[in-house]
Design a protein around this ligand. Structure first.
Ligand code: EPU
Length: 439
């Protein structure tokens, strides 16, 4: 078990390269199942725990995966199992992304039902309804979703609210269905368009005809997957917030500035100076005084829920009072109690948090509860006086590539060290349960 130790107070300076997107890599690796080729390739695959988990899942169903320099080669011609077991799904709920591809390609899939997770109940009813509309026969048995179909047929699918992975599962299943499918109220996140681009380059016929409407004309077969994964907009936003909170000046490379619009707007409102240098790089200079800004999370192009915790850390050291509203997940304020331990002045009630900025956070020991909460604690540690220690840092490894190295290269005094091993069986059991709380 590792923990992060940070000595706060250093303004970040320099250049940081953003990695490939976690939430684009996961559906793209799952999509490889549909290509049935020995030489599928993905570039810019981030080195993350969640990516390792989906790779493990693909290998468990018969795929062969190897790293060759900067490309990951995926042989899916030897898939011979159609099941995502509980042991993997319980560590990462995005494992459910294999459901659509397995059903599309092999007409059957057995996937463990994900339970609730640290940030909310997160059911998969929209995924299942979409697949049923495409002609799948879906049953639940012993905690597993069993989906079979003699043939998938194009259908009209309308999501009650936009779901990112739900839209991705529906697109993948419809890609190899007979006839045309229309997805209405589809999610608009850029990771979905990255998936569409990769599928279309491999022979699929998919168009986003309106911002929230996607039309898929089914094809018989896909050729070969070959794709360069888009940059991680949440990792980029996190480094922008880190630059702002430390009043530093950082250049971000390998980004897509268009994907960052809502985050850029909020950081500018808070007083940061941002200059788009090129479509793939920007410079951010933190303000002398961080202004308070209200934040309300929403599906893309709104402000991302995955940036809410990091912005809360920033607002904790702002000059006034603001309200942060979480509209996507019902339990995504687990970082509030930990930030308060640093001296942050935050009150949370239902899906609102009222943050009154302070000019003094003081370093202490904290526990990370989920991926983005971990990032917010690290950010707060970067400005807190003295030493901050963040334990249960395994959450961070799920979604941030070498964060301590990237921050250290910008001047932060930060290191990842061994944490004390749990001293009794109860503590070991507790750590194991928490480590398995998936995102
Ligand atoms: N929902 C349902 N039923 C469903 C599906 C979703 O009620 O069948 C609800 C959810 O409970 C939630 C809302 O719909 O209230 C939207 O959830 P969505 O399905 O869009 O979330 P997701 O696809 O499970 C992805 C990202 C999350 C990110 C959300 C929202 C991946 C692998 N995960 O999750 O990423 O927070 O979209 O943008 O793409 C993270 O990276 O830290 C992370 C949690």
């Amino acid at each position: 078990m590792k923990k992060m130790v940070i000595e706060g107070g250093v303004p970040l300076r320099g250049e940081v390269a953003i990695s490939g997107s976690k939430n684009a890599a996961l559906p793209l690796l799952a999509a490889a199942i549909m290509f049935d080729d020995s030489n599928n390739e993905l570039f810019n695959v981030p080195d993350l725990k969640d990516v390792a988990t989906i790779r493990q899942l693909l290998v468990s169903i018969g795929a062969e995966i190897k790293d060759e320099g900067d490309r990951v080669v995926i042989n899916t011609s030897c898939i011979n199992k159609y099941e995502a077991p509980y042991d993997l799904v319980k560590t990462m709920r995005a494992s459910v992304l294999v459901l659509g591809p397995l059903l599309a390609k092999y007409k059957r899939a057995r996937v463990s039902l994900p339970g609730g997770c640290a940030i909310g109940a997160r059911p998969i009813d929209f995924h299942l309804k979409a697949l049923a509309l495409l002609g799948a026969d879906i049953t639940m048995d012993h905690g597993y979703v069993e989906a079979t179909a003699e043939k998938l047929k194009g259908a009209e699918i309308s999501f009650p609210i936009p779901s990112v992975t739900g839209t991705e599962n529906a697109i993948m299943a419809a890609t190899l269905a007979e006839g045309t499918s229309i997805i209405k109220n589809a999610a608009r996140e850029p990771e979905i368009d990255d998936l569409i681009l990769a599928l279309c380059n491999g022979g699929a016929n998919i168009k986003r005809v309106e911002p929230s409407t996607i039309v898929i004309k089914g094809v018989k077969k896909l050729n070969r997957l070959s794709h360069f994964i888009m940059p991680d907009r949440i990792e980029a936003g996190t480094y922008m917030a880190a630059s702002a909170i430390t009043k530093g000046e950082v250049v971000l490379k390998n980004i897509n500035a268009v994907h960052l619009r809502s985050v850029i707007d909020k950081l500018e409102e808070a007083g940061a100076k941002i200059r788009i240098i090129s479509p793939s790089s920007l410079m951010i200079k933190g303000p002398k005084v961080i202004r308070s800004v209200d934040i309300s999370t929403a599906p893309f192009p709104g402000f991302p829920t995955d940036m809410q915790a990091q912005m809360m850390a920033l607002m904790a050291v702002s000059s006034g009072l603001c309200v942060i509203t979480e509209n996507i997940f019902e339990n995504r304020f687990m970082h509030v109690a930990e930030l308060r331990r640093l001296g942050a002045n935050i009150k949370a009630c239902n899906n609102f948090a009222i943050v009154k900025g302070t000019d003094h956070l003081s370093g202490t020991e904290m526990m990370a509860t989920d991926l983005r909460a971990s990032a917010s604690l690290i950010l707060a540690g970067l400005v807190a006086h003295g030493i901050t220690e963040v334990s249960r840092i395994y959450h961070l490894d799920r979604g941030y590539e070498a964060m301590e190295k990237k921050l250290a290269s910008l001047g932060a005094i930060i290191s990842k060290v061994d944490a004390a091993t749990p001293s009794n069986d109860n503590e070991v059991a507790n750590e194991n349960i928490l480590a398995e709380k998936y995102m």
